[in-house]
Ligand binder design. Structure first.
Ligand SMILES: Nc1ncnc2c1ncn2[C@@H]1O[C@H](COP(=O)(O)OP(=O)(O)OP(=O)(O)O)[C@@H](O)[C@H]1O
Length: 307
């Protein structure tokens, strides 16, 4: 079993005047699924291209198994590029076999691997068809098979789930989960945050070329602003006004949603609610990854806050 981390350490990259990455730092541990999320243009694709070596960093380092990544280790990465890179006129089976051979597999082994992945991804029936004759979702399955066919030690996937139907999402999720269980670091970018929340061991949220939040989804959700939902049917309007650190977000039909500043006393809220009559529900709600993401990407940057 492989046990090696992929480390992205203080990687910076500019395109002319545009700062695409500024000290981007995170690691993807062996055996984990890491979700890489951020707004359009935040720097995800640039980071992945640098990991793969198709783009050079201005500074910083990418390491695998504690060693700077080399051309040789890069050959062991399974990569799914955002701009998809299949030959449209080549047949699915020929294409997958060819890609596996490029990575050094003998032809018979390459063909067996191509067939095995086509079967696992539900495209074996299209093995003899030209890629361009497949639907976009099925082309995407071929693209994933292309990333996997040479038995990679690291998986780096740029938006592998975009445009897939729910069944294909399940197939792809299962494959990625199984790869992670084999001890492979798996990192993928996605804008489908509910999927990332469900699937990933850890997530990293990127903003303007920097990692601004990183950790297990559950831990990140605990760091967000806490909310309370209180169902107190007899409570008059304004019952929670003036409670220290408490802001009313919404009040409708006896249910009040409150946001609590760090350190605010939820038991004081409960006491205030009980003072109005019966309390049928009193629940702490944690933000979803989507809410967390919105907060993180719309919060002022350290520089903006200081000015
Ligand atoms: N070849 C390029 N030349 C100039 N600027 C570029 C180039 N590629 C990317 N950029 C810029 O670098 C920044 C990061 O882009 P990148 O594609 O890495 O973001 P992303 O997070 O992958 O975005 P998306 O979610 O839209 O795919 C953006 O400001 C983008 O405009």
């Amino acid at each position: 079993m492989v046990d090696a981390r992929l480390e992205i350490d203080a990687v910076s990259k500019r395109y002319g005047d545009v700062v695409a990455l500024q000290d981007m730092t995170f690691d993807v541990r062996a055996g984990e699924l890491f979700g890489f999320v951020g707004s359009n243009g935040a720097g995800k694709t640039t980071t992945m291209r640098i990991v793969l070596g198709v783009l050079a960093a201005d500074s910083g380092q990418v390491r695998w198994d504690s060693e700077p990544i080399t051309a040789d280790t890069r050959r062991r990465i399974g990569y799914m590029p955002e701009e998809r890179g299949l030959y449209p006129k080549m047949k699915v089976g020929e294409q997958l076999t060819y890609l596996a051979e490029l990575h050094g597999m003998p032809r018979a082994v390459a063909r067996a691997a191509a067939l095995q992945w086509a079967e696992q991804l539900g495209i074996a029936g299209r093995f003899g068809d030209e890629v361009q004759k497949l639907s976009l979702g099925n082309q995407q399955r071929v693209q994933l098979a292309a990333a996997l066919v040479h038995d990679p030690r690291i998986l780096v996937l740029d938006e592998p789930f975009s445009g897939l139907d729910p069944v294909a999402v399940d197939v792809m999720s299962e494959v990625l989960r199984r790869k992670a269980e084999q001890g492979i670091p798996v990192v993928f970018s996605s804008h489908q945050l509910d999927l990332v929340e469900r699937l990933c061991d850890r997530v990293g949220i990127v903003r303007s070329g920097q990692m601004v939040a990183c950790g297990p989804v559950d831990e990140l959700r605990d760091t967000g602003t806490a909310r309370l939902s209180v169902l107190a049917p007899d409570a008059p309007a304004g019952w929670a006004d003036g409670l220290p650190g408490v802001t009313v977000v919404e009040a409708r039909r006896g249910r009040t949603t409150l946001s609590l500043a760090t350190g605010a006393d939820d038991q004081a809220v409960l006491a205030a609610a009980l003072a109005t009559g019966p309390v049928h529900e009193f629940a702490r709600q944690r933000p979803s990854l989507t809410e967390l993401f919105r907060n993180v990407v719309s919060a002022p940057t350290a520089e903006e806050a200081a000015s």
